[in-house]
Ligand binder design. Structure first.
Ligand code: PMP
Ligand code: GLU
Length: 411
């Protein structure tokens, strides 16, 4: 047969996050004990009232407008304005089937080059590549909480020939679990150099200190925002996301919308109605509990795992920590993760999937292998949870961390 596959797609593998999820499912089906610290999915149920609204709207079968239900776009704009102190209107918002699709369409439309901090989420670089946008990695370090410094950003911008540049920032970050402390300085460099920023705010509602911070507050005219229901609302499988663009980038949004109209047409109707409830309703108590559980479990993992063999930052938001193993026995972080999975049943993702050099022994650990419904029902405190509570409601996390810690002692 002739080779009918485009060259750049031949080398594309299924996304690492989804691949580890499927691998874990297979291993579990074979009867193996697996600690599912690979895939990053919210363990919590969608709030009941939002599910009720979804059910009530299941009969709606007509296509909605390409850009999305106006009430939903308004609800998202209001949410963003409250959190970022901006002035989005419903015209500035495009509803998308997950924020991942919003980002992909953004790459399709954007004509320029992309700066990605390492660490960065697994899909940014492949999406850029698929859409023919050149990627430039910007190294970060533990000292700056795994975000770029303003000087490093400036230097990187100057090293790129094109003057059309887009930087992706994600805080709280996947995979490092840390938040950005220097948005103001980064915004100043971005403004001076007229670069565009995509602020990926999919985890920002689950910042553990409950301070929603967005670079768009400091650089509104040049910042696109993506977000959605997958993380704070536990609705990853509902595939509801958005892209918001300031009025200065309205043409860009309109072109993204045109590409949307030629691909997914419109996001599924009942979910859009349910999402209006998610953004307009008061879910502060749910969010508070979700943050408290994730924070408590995350700090537990940090406390039990960090040692002279494992280096890591305490998590500040989201679902992840990023342990670095002090060892030179393995050739790559991918090999390290394979051996750990074989030896202990602990599944993690290698740092190489997130833009780190292959020989940096960094991994991403998602501390979400617990029943979020039982956990939510079992606690009624807003205080940080005691170890006994975590042992009761997150036994797989506790056992998996114990196995990993034991394993690391022999490094
Ligand atoms: N950004 C980051 C950093 C992610 O981890 C994910 C995975 N959920 C996404 C974006 C995409 O999320 P979704 O498509 O479910 O909105
Ligand atoms: N974002 C999740 C993760 O990083 C998984 C979902 C996805 O990759 O689309 O594990």
């Amino acid at each position: 047969m002739r080779n009918i596959i485009k060259k750049k797609v031949i080398s594309l593998k299924p996304s690492a996050t989804l691949a580890i999820n499927e691998r874990c499912k297979e291993l579990i089906a074979q009867g193996k004990k697996i600690y599912r610290f690979g895939f990053g999915q919210s363990p919590f149920p969608v709030p009941e009232k939002i599910v009720e609204v979804l059910k009530k709207n299941a009969h709606r079968k007509d296509y909605l407008s390409i850009q999305g239900l106006p009430e939903l776009r308004q609800a998202i704009a209001t949410h963003l304005n409250k959190k970022t102190k901006n002035t989005f209107s419903k015209e500035n918002v495009l509803v998308t089937p997950g924020s991942k699709e919003a980002m992909y369409l953004m790459h399709v439309v954007f004509d320029g080059e992309i700066i990605l901090p390492s660490s960065s989420w697994v899909s940014y670089a492949p999406q850029a590549e698929l859409a023919n946008n050149k990627t430039h990695w910007l190294q970060t370090s533990y000292e700056n909480n795994w975000f770029p410094t303003a000087q490093a950003l400036e230097k990187k911008i100057k090293s790129i020939k094109s003057n059309k540049i887009l930087l992706i920032l994600n805080s709280p970050n996947n995979p490092s679990g840390t938040i950005c402390n220097n948005f103001k300085e980064l915004a100043q460099v971005a403004r001076e150099n007229k670069i565009i920023i995509l602020s990926d705010e999919i985890y920002t509602d689950i910042t553990f200190n409950n301070r929603y911070e967005s670079i768009s507050t400091y650089y509104p005219e040049g910042t696109l925002i993506s977000g959605g229901l997958s993380k704070w609302c536990g609705a990853g499988g509902w595939r509801l996301g958005f892209l918001a663009a300031p009025s200065e980038l309205h043409d860009f949004l309109i072109n993204v919308k045109a590409v949307a109209s030629e691909t997914y047409s419109t996001v599924n109707t009942p979910v859009q109605y349910a999402a209006v409830e998610a953004y307009n309703g008061d879910y502060e108590d749910y969010k508070f509990k979700v943050r408290n559980i994730l924070n408590s479990v995350g700090q537990y993992v940090y406390k039990k795992l960090k040692s002279n063999k494992i280096f890591m930052n305490p998590p500040q938001g989201g679902l992840y920590v990023m342990p670095e193993f002090m060892n030179s026995k393995f050739k790559s972080s991918a090999e390290l993760c394979d051996v750990i999975l074989k030896d202990t049943g602990v599944a993690m993702l290698p740092g190489s999937d997130f833009g780190f050099k292959k020989d940096k022994m960094v991994t991403r650990l998602s501390f979400t292998d617990f029943d979020g419904k039982k956990f939510l029902e079992g606690i009624n405190t807003h205080n940080q949870l005691e170890d006994e509570v975590i042992e009761k409601y997150a036994p797989n996390v506790v056992k998996g961390i114990e196995e990993l810690s034991k394993w690391s002692k022999n490094l």
